[in-house]
Every structure is written in C-alpha cells, then in structure tokens.
Design a protein around this ligand. Structure first.
Ligand code: GLC
Length: 432
C-alpha cells in the first residue's frame, strides 16, 4: 500500500490533478522561460503587461474540464519566474490588476475551483527575474551581460529584501484566499553548475526553513512539495515516469509526477510535440501502479482559454475516467506480479488489470489462482470467465498447455472494448 502523506491523506487518495501555467509568457506564446531563453531586458518584457487582456478567462470552465477529467485538485501559477503576479498583491505593481485584465485573477480561480468541489493549489516561483533585489545568477536573463556590469548590478541588489518580499507574498496568498490545500514551490538550484561564475540559489537564499514554517502556520494541513532544498511532504519528478515507487533514504515517499502535453508549461503556439491522450492516460495509470500522482499541465492562451489540444486531451480523460475512475482514485500499487504490457492498481479487495495491449483471448495472471472470486470488464461490468490450467496439462491441437502453478487464466473477448485502456476488475477473495 502507498504511504499516506503524513499531512494530508487526500493527496495520495486523489491521484490526479491539473497544473495551470499562466502568466505574461502566454502572450509571447513560446515557452514560460522565454525571458530567460531570449535574455529579454526587463523593460521590454514588461510591455506584455500592457497587452494582457484575458477577455475569455473563465476559471469555472477550467475547473469543470478538470473535474470531468477526473482531476481532484488544480494548481495555478500565482507567479512564475518572470515575476508577474496574477493576484492583487500589495507588494508590487507588477500584477494583473494593473493590466487590461484589471482584477485579481487568483481570487476568481480559487472561487471557481472550490465551487466545483476541487482542492486548491498554488504554484509559486522562488525565482524572480523582475524583482530589483533578486541577484543575477547563472539562470538569470542577464547572466551573459559583461561581468563588471553584473557585479555592479548585484552590488545594489539585496537578497534579504527579496526574501522579505517572497515571504510577504506567501503570507498574502495563504491568508487572503481561504483554505489552500497545496503549495508547489519552484525551485532550488544551489548546486547548479549551469553558470561557472554566477552560480545558483537555494535554501539560504529563500529562507526555506522560515518559509516552510510560515506556510504550515498559515495553512495547517497544507501539502508542500520538496523544492525548497529542504524535505517536503511529497517529491516531484518532472517530465519523466519513475520506474518504481519513489524513496528517500530508503523510505517510500508520496510522489507526484508533473507532466506537460508538449514539453512546455506555458502556452507555446508553434510547439506541436503533443503527447497522444492515450499515452497520457497510460502515464496516469503507470504512476498510480507505483503509488504516484500525476499533475497534468495546461497552458491557457493569453485570452484565458484552454487551447484545442488541451481541451481534446481533457475530453479523452473524461471519457476514460467516467468508466474507470475507480481504478485510479483511492488506488495504489499492488503486490501481485504484473503480466507483460499491463499495470495493476489495487483498492482494498479490488485488483485492476490495465491492459496496455490487447492479447488474443487469454491473459495469464501469475499468483492469482484461487484468489479471485469474480472478474469483469470495468467499462461495462460484463463478466470475464477465468480458470486454472493445471501445470501438467500438455498443449494439444485445440487446447492450451498448462501454466506455471498458481496462474489464473482469464478468457477475454476477441474484440477489444472501445476505450483508451481496457481494465479488468478482479474481486479478490477474502484474505487474498
Ligand atoms: C521547472 C521550470 C518550470 C515549470 C516547473 C514545473 O522547474 O522552471 O518552468 O514551472 O518546473 O514543475
């Protein structure tokens, strides 16, 4: 069974959430790191704020799409590395209220998500490429300025003042918006050798211990991730699938893989490297089969809408989750040995066999002989017959040979059910 989060069991139960990366980079529409990649001067980048007019912003529709897809929590970028704030912070003018949007977009998001009965999460960038006290480091857009210029600039910058700003903003976000269930801090790079001279930032720069204490004091029970360079409640593999349940110092820990549709988090108009919806459904299943969650990202456009690709992907999840949610929510890894091209998840006495490829008529399940009381396809609750073929049985012209002792053989229909990933629900006998 999965380790529950010591803080919040809902997290390991819910398994599936929506990540939303939205900020000024949606206007550039070429990756949320565009300011860094293109080394855009602050004054030039700030101009996007003048044109930020998300006239189609409707977080209720985001929340509904997430809910229909079987997602149970939604995590929004309150501020990304660019430094632009989506809420009405008192600590900077670089915020949504001072754009044509003219209002607090976080407030509407929180109300919409909570209104749909979903949990509310914030992503908050520890980096800030806009703040005048944030020193230029190896990942800053100005990293390649002449060294004397960087030294001169950094001499006037003060990370202690930046820390006060960072903590002050977290205080606002965790005080003014009711219950916040999850905080995704991003990210630490103290030992980053990305730049030989200017280096990175981490725990001491963020004041991570105090920030963690503040977070927990303002929102007791909140789930906090592990990117403050100190341990958090969960670990956060990014854009890869762990090959087994994740551990820290040999102890299994709750984890959540954050995944994109096309490799970019922010809206990227010309990037068509889209994962097929079926692949993303497999990724969700694969994660749960290893005790993990999936946080699937969408990058809304600058007008505030989910693009067509995201909308289609969510609709595919909705179709699949409508029929199969019970193999995901509340499910975890199973101790049973998985047959090839399949994944197991288990919830109490129900074992879920997810068939990544559809075999011809039979699938052999090691170790399940005598342990299954009943079996059915999950999509339509149609019975699946099963039997044990004694090991000594010889294969004949029209009869299958014996299977290793302890194997249970399922009899599948020739026609694969018309769902993204078919699932067989096995009702385990008591004590199995
Ligand atoms: C990263 C990136 C980023 C993204 C995030 C999501 O570390 O900096 O742009 O927001 O991870 O996990």
């Amino acid at each position: 069974m999965a380790p529950d989060s010591p803080i919040a069991p809902w997290f390991t139960h819910d398994r599936f959430g929506m990540f939303v990366h939205w900020g000024l980079y949606a206007l550039a529409a070429r990756h949320e790191w565009v300011m860094n990649f293109e080394k855009t001067p602050t004054e030039e980048y700030e101009r996007y704020a003048e044109y930020f007019d998300p006239d189609l912003y409707d977080p209720v529709s985001w929340a509904r799409a997430a809910k229909a897809a079987g997602m149970k929590y939604v995590v929004l970028t309150t501020k990304h590395h660019e430094g632009f704030c989506l809420w009405d912070t008192a600590l900077t003018d670089y915020k949504a209220t001072n754009t044509p949007a003219g209002r607090d977009l976080v407030r509407e998001f929180v109300d919409a998500v909570r209104g749909e009965g979903l949990k509310v999460g914030f992503y908050h960038s520890l980096l800030d490429w806009h703040h005048p006290d944030f020193t230029i480091d190896g990942r800053h857009p100005r990293r390649d300025d002449p060294p004397e210029e960087i030294e001169r600039l950094n001499a006037g910058r003060d990370m202690a003042r930046y820390r006060a700003y960072l903590h002050g903003q977290i205080r606002e976000l965790l005080t003014d918006y009711g219950r916040i269930d999850y905080l995704f801090y991003d990210f630490s790079y103290a030992n980053d050798h990305h730049h030989p001279v200017w280096g990175g930032k981490g725990r001491d720069d963020w004041g991570s211990d105090e920030l963690m204490a503040l977070t927990r004091e303002l929102q007791p029970g909140i789930v906090v991730n592990d990117r403050l360079e100190i341990p958090g409640d969960i670990v956060t593999p990014e854009q890869y699938q762990p090959s087994e349940p994740m551990t820290v110092d040999g102890v299994e820990v709750p984890w959540e893989a954050c995944q994109t549709i096309n490799g970019s988090w922010g809206y990227f108009r010309d990037n068509h490297d889209h994962k097929a919806p079926e692949l993303m459904i497999r990724m969700l299943i694969d994660g749960v089969s290893k005790n993990g969650n999936m946080l699937l990202n969408v990058g809304p456009t600058a007008r505030g809408e989910l693009d067509a690709v995201a909308t289609r992907a969510l609709a595919e999840f909705a179709r699949w989750m409508h029929l199969h949610a019970r193999s995901i929510h509340g499910a975890s890894a199973s101790a049973y040995e998985t047959p090839v091209d399949a994944r197991y998840t288990q919830r109490g006495d129900r074992l879920y066999l997810h068939l990544f490829s559809w075999p011809f008529e039979h699938i052999h399940l090691p170790g399940l002989a005598g342990r299954v009381a009943y079996a059915q396809l999950l999509n339509d609750a149609s019975e699946i017959a099963f039997r044990e073929i004694p090991p000594e049985t010889a294969a004949l012209t029209t009869g299958m040979g014996g299977q290793p002792a302890g194997t249970l053989t399922l009899q599948l229909p020739v026609v694969r059910p018309d769902v993204a990933i078919p699932v067989v629900e096995l009702f385990l006998r008591e004590g199995a």
